[in-house]
Design a protein around this ligand. Structure first.
Ligand code: HXC
Length: 523
């Protein structure tokens, strides 16, 4: 008899659990879910289904509710309190996740929601696995006041402590306003969804009152604005699904934490594949632009390059690829945009990328065709000196394997900055078309032979003669090779092989920085 009673009791307990789970799955209710899904947006749980390997998600804190008693809140408690948290797998590798549920109090941040997020952040850091946050929230839970702000601060501190320890990725899937924007911007990569997400510190209404500007939410802080103008977002995606699949893709290039090696995947692409296309790739005229992306795609495994920050500062290219299976970070000047000059935006973009790679043991391969820093009052007054120094600092500080190839121009300070041997690069290669010099021949002749040209019987002919002489002497890679600043001048068709040779040779590289609390990068 006793056994029967106990069995029934187990059954009713299970039924009770099932009911509670069903209630939690209802989120903010059918009406709010229907409204949320208008326009193709996915729910917090549907997003996790796409982000994570099928069946791998384990939810935590499903029954957590808020403790707020203000404004009659005690009578409206929804299990989970507006965020779904837990862990799962991406391509078989552990990650931690949180996904805000806009249908529950607008996904707003309560004290308990913050506690849930902090719990998975702590687990992610202790267990050395990436964390992905999917943000969709009206910001601080207004009914809770300063308690909610405290929750944000706890998250900011964890973002800061985890920086450089585990990869942190944010998907902005809806609103993200006020101080809430600062957690995503501390994370390593920010993805935004076009037309349904926005980020700003102060919204259009406040802006209208204070500065009298009229601006829509999309124009102020939509995905295109942040991926093109401000650089706050690294990826602007078409919709929720595209965003989540791209996050999976990015994760495939990253190690789980700062103690892991750069990940490696099997590849059928031969390490010694000859890149015939490259022997005639660089235009003969140094003034003619070409698409550096074509060169990168030719060299990397299976011609696959995941470009990061594609629409921001397009004069420099950054992104991930694999070389003989191993993830590498690529940094390259783009001669097609602003002639590949370095400016403020390009320096900031590349510096942050290099530092990310260095944190996570991802070797850096640089392709250089840089005529110099962009001139102009705009650049000088906005601090190109400080911002350019960031890039220099990032290259000099990085201890991961660094391989640099000069394809064409490498002039002056920009030559030094772009992963030169002088900034502790390990292997420096150059094409025969490389011009490693203080400046271009024409500019140089104009300065050092100004008087001589003026006084010449035929100034045009004299300038031509002097320019040719300067080119022959300085516009090549051999002076640099004589000094050992260039290790090898290579036939372009051998680019892939030589870069892989260098990376294999550097596989066990160990280099340390002097003991210090941390450096003081020119922020
Ligand atoms: C509590 C909130 C909320 C919030 C939205 N809701 N934001 N509840 N706190 N911050 C609730 C709404 O009351 C509503 O509940 C539901 O979420 C959906 O909101 P709607 O307004 O109906 O949705 P929509 O029209 O899509 O507008 C979305 C919105 C708007 C633009 C985000 O809700 C909004 O402006 N919210 C306030 C934003 C804000 O000022 N937040 C504080 C920012 S300051 P019902 O029950 O009707 O479904 C901040 C400081 C952070 O965040 C500092 C960190 C250091």
């Amino acid at each position: 008899m006793e056994t029967e009673i106990s069995t029934q009791s187990h059954q009713s307990r299970l039924q009770d659990l099932e009911k509670r789970n069903e209630l939690a799955m209802l989120s903010g209710g059918a009406a709010r879910l229907a409204k949320h899904k208008q326009g193709g947006r996915l729910t917090a749980r549907e997003r996790l289904d796409i982000l994570l390997d099928p069946g791998s998600f384990v939810e935590m804190d499903r029954f957590v509710t808020h403790r707020c008693e203000n404004f009659d809140m005690a009578s409206s408690k929804i299990p989970g309190d507006g965020v779904v948290t837990g862990y799962g797998r991406v391509n078989g590798k552990l990650i931690y996740v949180y996904s805000q549920d806009f249908t529950v109090f607008g996904g707003s941040m309560s004290r308990t929601q913050a506690n849930k997020i902090c719990k998975v952040m702590d687990l992610a850091q202790k267990n050395g696995a990436p964390i992905v946050g999917l943000n969709d929230s009206g910001g601080a839970r207004i009914q809770e006041g300063v308690e909610s702000l405290g929750g944000y601060a706890d998250i900011f501190v964890r973002n800061t402590m985890s920086s450089g320890v585990i990869p942190q990725i944010t998907g902005i899937m809806g609103p993200c306003a006020g101080g809430a924007v600062y957690s995503p911007s501390i994370t390593d990569f920010v993805f935004m969804v076009k037309n349904s997400s926005y980020m700003f510190v102060t919204g259009p209404d406040v802006i209208k009152t204070v500065t009298h500007e009229d601006v829509t939410k999309e124009a102020l802080g939509g995905a295109e604005t942040h991926s093109q103008k401000s650089g706050v977002a690294h990826f602007a995606c078409e919709d929720d699904k595209h965003t989540l699949l791209l996050i999976r893709e990015l994760l495939s290039f990253l190690p789980s934490n700062n103690l892991d090696d750069s990940p490696s995947l099997p590849t059928l692409d031969r390490p010694d594949r000859i890149c015939d296309l490259l022997n005639n790739f660089i235009p003969e005229s140094p003034k003619k632009p070409y698409d550096m992306l074509g060169l990168i795609n030719e060299v990397v495994d299976e011609h696959y390059f995941l470009e990061v920050h594609k629409h921001y500062a397009a004069n420099i290219i950054v992104g991930f690829a694999r070389m003989n299976g191993r993830s590498v970070g690529i940094v390259a000047n783009q001669p097609q945009v602003l002639a590949g000059c370095l400016n403020i935006e390009a320096s900031r973009k590349a510096a942050r990328f290099i530092r990310f790679c260095d944190c996570f043991n991802i070797p850096i391969v640089s392709f250089v065709d840089v005529p110099g820093f962009l001139p102009g009052t705009d650049q000088e007054w906005n601090g190109i000196i400080t911002h350019g120094a960031k890039l220099l600092y990032a290259y000099a500080e990085a201890t991961v394997p660094k391989v640099t190839l000069v394809t064409r121009k490498a002039y002056g300070g920009a030559y030094i900055v772009m992963g030169s041997k002088l900034l502790r690069s390990d292997v420096n290669l150059a094409y025969p078309s490389a011009e490693i010099a203080v400046m271009g021949a024409e500019g140089a002749v104009n300065i050092i032979f100004r008087e001589q040209i003026k006084k010449a019987k035929d100034p045009v002919a004299e300038k031509f003669r002097l320019t040719s002489e300067y080119e022959a002497k300085f516009s090549n890679p051999y002076l640099s090779a004589e000094l050992g600043y260039t290790d090898e001048v290579i036939e372009p068709a051998l680019t892939r092989k030589r870069i892989i040779d260098a990376l294999e040779m550097l596989k066990n590289k160990k280099e340390t920085l002097p003991a210090k609390k941390h450096g003081n990068i020119p922020l």
